[in-house]
Unconditional design. Structure first.
Length: 451
C-alpha cells in the first residue's frame, strides 16, 4: 500500500494481482553487502559518498507527482546549483502507482537507457532486481554509503544479498489518540497494545466514545501492514529465508490480539472491512479513542472542514506488547530511488542519488514539504520538531518492512491479507487462518515471479 504521502489510502489499495505498494522486514541490525567503488568516502550522516569530478552530462529522472507541487523541480534546481556539469530532465510519471510500474517495466525491459534514475515504490526492489530492471547499487557504491539511512530501511531495499534501491522518503504508521478523553478519565498515553485495549474499554464503558480503537482490517494490503507490526512486536517474522514462519507462537499472539479487538467490542464489527479512509473518518468524527494510521492523518485531524476533533488529538509511536522494550514496530511505506541498468551515465546517476539522500535534499523534503526523511541524521534533527509533532516521534520509530525480499511479494501479501481477514471476520479460526497463510505463502515463494 503505497502507504504514504497524499492520502496514502490511494497508494495502499492495490489490485490482487499486484498486491502492494509502500512500501520486507526491517530490523535495527541489517546486513548490508559490501560494495566496491572507486568513489571516495564516508557516506554516513550527511557527507557525500560520491565525489567524482568527472561526473557530467544529462540524465533523466522519472518521478510521479505523488506529493507536493514543486518538490521535484525544487530538488532538481538545488542539485544543479551544486553540480552544474550535470543537467537533470524531469520525466513526469503517471500518478497511479500500478500504471507507473507498468510504464517503467515496459520501457526498461525494452532496453531503453532512459530514464536514468526513477522513483519507485518501496515494495519493488526484489521484483525489479529479479527482472534486471534495476542496477544493484551495492555493487557500485561503498558500503559506508548505506549507513546514512534510518535503521530498517535498507533491508527492505535488499534482494538476494544486494541493495537495488535507496530510500528517498518514507511514510509510516502512528498511534493517534484523543488526548482530551485520556485526560478526562485520568488515563496515561498507552505504551503497550494491552493498555490501548484496556484504556479503550474503560472509556467506552464510561460512555466517552462509541469505539475504542480503529485500524485497517479489510481484505487488502493494509491488513498485511497492520499484521506485520503486531507480528514484529511479538518477536515474529513472516519469512525466514525462503520459508514462511506464520505458524509460530508470535504469529498466533499477533492475530489473536487483532481478533480480540473486534470480539471485545473495542473495534467495530465492521473492522474487517476497514481501509485507511474508513478508520480515519470514524476517528475524525469523534467516535473513537485511538487510531492506527499513516502520517497524513495528523494534518487531516486538524482540518476543521472535515474533523470534529481539531485540537483534541495527540500522536505517538505505535505501542508494543507488554514485556517488550521501547516503542512498537511501524510498517515502512514511501518511495525509493532506482537506477536503470541500461543508463549510459552511471557516474552522474550515482552523484544524483547520493545528493538526493544526503542532508541538504533530505532537509528540504522535511522542512519545506513535511515528508519523513530517510537520512537518519536529518530524521534526528531536533529543529524538525517545529514542523510537525510527527517529526518529534520519528527518532523513536522502529521501522519494519513488509516481506518484500522476494520477487513474489504480491502473492505473499495476498496470502497474508486474505487469511488474516478471514480470521478477523470470524469465518475461520486464528490457527486455521495462520496455517492456510503459511501454506499459501510457501506456495507463492516457490512460484515463478513476473512483472
Amino acid at each position: 500500500m503505497n502507504v504514504t504521502v497524499k492520502k496514502i489510502a490511494t497508494m495502499i489499495t492495490l489490485s490482487a494481482s499486484i498486491a502492494a505498494l509502500v512500501t520486507g522486514c526491517g530490523s535495527a541490525n541489517h546486513a548490508v553487502p559490501a560494495g566496491s567503488n572507486s568513489s571516495s568516502t564516508s557516506g554516513s550522516g550527511g557527507s557525500q559518498a560520491v565525489d567524482d569530478s568527472n561526473a557530467s552530462g544529462n540524465i533523466v529522472w522519472a518521478a510521479a507527482p505523488i506529493t507536493h507541487t514543486g518538490l521535484r523541480k525544487k530538488l532538481i534546481a538545488e542539485f544543479e546549483k551544486q553540480y552544474p556539469n550535470i543537467h537533470v530532465t524531469l520525466q513526469s510519471q503517471p500518478a497511479d502507482t500500478d500504471t507507473d510500474r507498468s510504464s517503467l517495466t515496459t520501457t526498461i525491459s525494452g532496453g531503453s537507457s532512459q530514464p536514468d534514475v526513477y522513483m519507485g515504490d518501496v515494495v519493488w526492489p526484489a521484483q525489479f532486481g529479479n527482472a534486471q530492471l534495476a542496477e544493484p547499487l551495492s555493487d557500485v557504491l561503498p558500503k559506508s554509503f548505506f549507513s546514512r539511512f534510518s535503521n530498517g530501511l535498507i533491508e527492505g531495499a535488499t534482494y538476494d544479498g544486494k541493495v537495488y534501491a535507496v530510500p528517498f522518503f518514507v511514510d509510516t504508521a502512528f498511534l493517534f489518540y484523543r488526548k482530551d478523553l485520556l485526560k478526562k478519565y485520568n488515563l496515561p498515553v498507552p505504551t503497550t497494545w494491552e493498555q490501548v485495549k484496556s484504556d479503550a474499554e474503560a472509556i467506552q464503558k464510561a460512555g466517552g466514545a462509541k469505539y475504542g480503537f480503529v485500524w485497517q482490517g479489510g481484505d487488502y494490503e493494509g491488513a498485511t501492514c497492520n499484521f506485520i507490526e503486531y507480528l514484529a512486536d511479538a518477536g515474529g517474522q513472516v519469512l525466514n529465508g525462503n520459508q514462511a514462519q506464520l505458524t509460530s507462537s508470535a504469529a498466533n499472539q499477533a492475530l489473536s490480539f487483532m481478533r480480540s479487538l473486534i470480539t471485545s467490542g473495542v473495534s467495530p464489527k465492521a473492522e474487517d472491512t476497514f481501509q485507511e479512509a474508513d478508520a480515519e473518518n470514524v476517528f475524525d468524527q469523534g467516535d473513537a479513542v485511538f487510531l492506527r494510521n499513516w502520517s497524513y492523518a495528523w494534518s487531516d485531524s486538524q482540518n476543521s472542514a472535515d474533523s470534529k476533533v481539531v485540537g483534541k488529538v495527540g500522536v505517538v509511536a505505535l505501542p508494543t506488547f507488554a514485556g517488550q522494550s521501547g516503542s512498537g514496530y511501524s510498517c515502512v511505506g514511501g518511495w525509493d530511488l532506482y537506477i536503470n541498468p541500461h543508463s549510459k551515465n552511471l557516474k552522474a546517476d550515482l552523484q544524483f542519488i547520493d545528493w538526493m539522500t544526503g542532508q541538504q535534499a533530505q532537509s528540504i523534503l522535511a522542512k519545506d514539504y513535511s515528508e519523513i526523511p530517510t537520512n537518519k541524521a536529518v530524521a534526528d534533527d531536533p529543529s524538525l520538531k517545529s514542523v510537525s509533532p510527527i517529526f518529534s516521534i520519528i527518532p523513536n520509530v522502529k521501522y519494519i518492512s513488509r516481506p518484500t525480499q522476494t520477487p513474489n511479494y504480491p502473492k505473499v501479501s495476498q496470502a497474508i491479507y486474505n487469511n488474516i481477514n478471514q480470521a478477523l471476520s470470524g469465518s475461520v479460526s486464528v490457527s486455521s487462518a495462520l496455517n492456510h497463510a503459511n501454506s499459501q505463502v510457501n506456495s507463492a515463494l516457490n512460484s515463478s515471479a513476473g512483472l
